[in-house]
Design a protein around this ligand. Sequence first.
Ligand SMILES: Cc1ncc(COP(=O)(O)O)c(C=O)c1O
Length: 410
Amino acid sequence: MSTHAPAWPPQSAAEFPRLGSLPAYVFSQINAEKMERVAAGEDVIDLGMGNPDIGTPAHIVDELVAHAADHKHHRYSASRGIYGLRDAMAEHYARRYGVELDSESEVVVTIGAKEGIAHLMLAVLEAGDTVIVPSPAYPIHSYSVVFAGGRVHSIPLVGDDEGKVEGEALLAAVEQACASTWPRPKALLLSFPNNPTTLSGDPAFFERAVEVCRRERLLLVHDFAYADFSFTGNPPSILQVPGAKEIAVEFFSMSKSYGMAGWRVGFCVGNRAMVSALTKIKSYLDYGIFQPIQIAAAHALRSQQECVSELRDTYRRRAEALIGALNASGWPVPPPQATMFVWAPMPGPFVEMGSIEFARFLLREAGVVVSPGLGFGPEGEGHVRFALIAGEDRLREAGERVGRALQKGP
Ligand SMILES: Cc1ncc(COP(=O)(O)O)c(C=O)c1O
């Protein structure tokens, strides 16, 4: 008889096999230490999570308020989203990217991109299927595959001096993964502009990515959460590549573009089979977002878009404020070309301690919370990520405090 029979009843979440197989959540330790310091009355500048601090523009909130009290909206909504919202998304893609989408079969509303990605993987993967994920990565890109019983094949995500992905190296790694992995990988998950690295893709890279995926028989999933957050021009949609819809879907999010993170509205658009698979699994799992939120989201997509460029400009100015202070303190950090993050290579003398210890050091010595690069996968080690979720003055102060802390040495 085995002496290692599992305890019953289970004592922790990790005893349930699917959760036990998840990698450690490295942000939790920093979070716990932050809470202790805040509770002790310390002035902590929290730049850890990418949780936008700027409220949703008033015209969108007003639209929600105008519909919130109407009883007819208090019933369950449609899990795939109301027609008006799916149609507003299709119009947005036509106007912005010149991409035609059928709002019935090529658009599904999700409860944010994160929920959508997780359930798409659950819908399309079989146990043991492999998904290729460039690393460092936004954690759900890997966790969604693990939850679905799949395997993650990480490939390195590397950038050039201009803040663009080294596309050919990445696609060579994709081809190599396909040649060396059995059963053959089923999907490639990309995301540009990228969190946490802030790297961008360009149309030529997307064309090549579609070509390689088609040749290697890979489904292509593109997380486009930072669609509106490039400081050098409009980032391309993967669906602009001719024929991309035959193999690709894209996730668009209202969270960052319209400052609606707490409202939980996103979309999966493109390939009919994948959109239909996600629509189907969601029909078993949820009843749709509160209808007035969907009406307000459609209004956001259809009304003035200046609020989007204003948000982008705010993040650009914030990045400049933080980078200016960090550089002045002697920490040379490259300015981001996109997103709402600064991805900072750790200063030489601190590299040895690793990103988790360095993040703890910054919290202890500067009262500044950052995300350790290791939290985005092993390839993120050697970096920390600052989320630009405070005003310019506060970010300048954060940079100055960090500078003073660095003077003390490791
Ligand atoms: C790359 C990426 N995808 C998705 C999300 C989450 O988007 P949503 O709020 O629509 O779930 C984030 C949030 O930080 C993100 O960085």
